[in-house]
Design a protein around this ligand. Structure first.
Ligand code: ZN
Length: 416
């Protein structure tokens, strides 16, 4: 059963009537002159309309194009913010949640409402939320609130797009467009935020899926643990040796993956579009895989770099095994980092990405934060707010009213 719920962003109650969807701020109606000319619809892309509560006169207005910063909040952040807001969390559990998470929620919520940032959700939010079943809905509510229902594509799709782009460059197929965040998100990240968001829950909770996710995670972690034990003993290798091992293993692994067929199909189509015969195309594609260019795609570079850094730490004597979530974290960072302005990730991954030799190797522009420097993250977000133009804030006031930016801390009060 599909289950629809409407999340109110700022107003507690809705009384249904002819003027239900006419919202403040009210200005003077150009027709009847009463102060009842409110906001009726916010069009995603380029405008909104006003309607009069009294005479129903209506008119459309243009809105400027937005340029939101893209911010990724990992599951730990989503979970801590949910716990700090949700009245169903036990007092013992709540006592362990640091107050900074509520401050972070208030800040993110405000900046999302001011149309300055967007925090798209990801496949890993979905999967990891499923694993904490009693709070699945509450977690989903949190990440969808901050994403406005916009998701990143899953990592296999992003990998595929990157490989195709990489191949087109190799085959000299003209494609000037750089792969951007707009290519890897399900909706327009720069759309003006609507006053309401409709959330759709398809089907009932699928226990088989949860079991599958748990099983897969267990297997992957076991594999990582066995590799880690080998790294602990490899005292004479350097970062570049492990990096090379990772990139050498990439193509053979990819060829076994179900997505490989799709990758090949896309390449054949690319070449067909420029009029190449099938025989010629086969040669060109083989040349591509022989050229070694595949390992210059961002996904391969970031994931190989992170694993090589882990290996380096192991050989330097870090005995503690990586966490169960490490492989998921690596996949998420490898697929999303090139498209995010900032990411809140776990401490260990942030340390590896911001230290040498990985920092120079990857040259990412992404600002990385984690729990251990969360105050810097808040400062970073403050900077985004301070940099907003007066004109932008004036438009926000016109469209949403003056109290719009107030945090939606009662998010869970509506939950049945
Ligand atoms: Zn009127």
């Amino acid at each position: 059963m599909a289950n629809l719920s409407m999340e109110k962003r700022a107003y507690k109650t809705i009384t249904i009537g002819p003027d239900t969807f006419i919202n403040p701020p009210y200005i003077k109606c150009p027709k009847c002159t009463k102060i009842g000319f409110g906001v009726s619809t916010i069009f995603n892309r380029d405008g909104y309309s006003r309607k009069c509560r009294f005479c129903l006169h209506h008119k459309s207005f243009k809105l400027p194009r937005l340029n939101k910063r893209v911010i990724y909040i990992d599951q730990m952040g989503i979970s801590e913010m949910m716990k700090s807001l949700n009245p169903k969390i036990t007092p013992e559990r709540k006592a362990k949640v640091k107050s900074i998470w509520l401050a972070l929620f208030n800040k993110l919520d405000k900046l999302v409402k001011l149309n300055l940032i967007i925090c798209p959700d990801s496949n890993s939010h979905y999967q990891e939320s499923l694993l904490w079943q009693p709070y699945y809905k509450a977690l989903k509510m949190m990440y969808e609130h901050l994403s406005n229902g916009i998701s990143f594509y899953d990592e296999d799709t992003i990998k595929r797009f990157q490989i195709d782009k990489n191949f087109k460059d190799f085959a000299q197929i003209k494609d000037d467009k750089k792969l951007s965040v707009h290519d890897i998100t399900t909706d327009d990240i720069n759309a003006w935020l609507g006053r309401f968001r409709i959330s759709v829950e398809m089907g009932s909770f699928d226990n088989a899926l949860v079991d599958d996710i748990k099983k897969e995670r267990g297997q992957i972690h076991q594999f990582l643990a066995s590799v880690y034990k080998r790294w602990l003993l490899e005292k004479n290798k350097t970062f570049n040796d492990w990096y090379r091992e990772e990139t050498d293993a990439y193509l053979p692994t990819l060829m076994k993956d179900y997505s490989f067929r799709l990758i090949l199909t896309t390449m054949f189509r690319d070449l067909e579009n420029i009029g190449m015969s099938e025989a010629e195309s086969s040669d060109r594609i083989t040349d591509y895989f022989k050229s070694g260019r595949l390992i210059t795609t961002p996904y391969v570079m970031i994931s190989a770099g992170l694993f090589a850094s882990l290996a380096r730490k192991a050989s330097l004597g870090k005995k503690t095994l990586p966490t169960k979530g490490m492989v998921t974290d690596v996949k998420t960072i490898a697929s999303l980092a090139p498209y995010c302005d900032a990411m809140l990730i776990d401490n260990e991954c942030r340390a590896m990405l911001t230290e040498e030799p990985l920092k120079t190797k990857l040259k990412l522009d992404t600002a990385f934060f984690s729990q251990s420097n969360i105050n810097d993250f808040i400062k970073y977000l403050d900077g985004i707010e301070k940099a907003a133009s007066k004109k932008h804030l004036k438009t926000i006031g016109e469209v949403y009213g003056d109290n719009w930016g107030e945090p939606f801390v009662e998010m869970y009060d509506y939950e049945e």
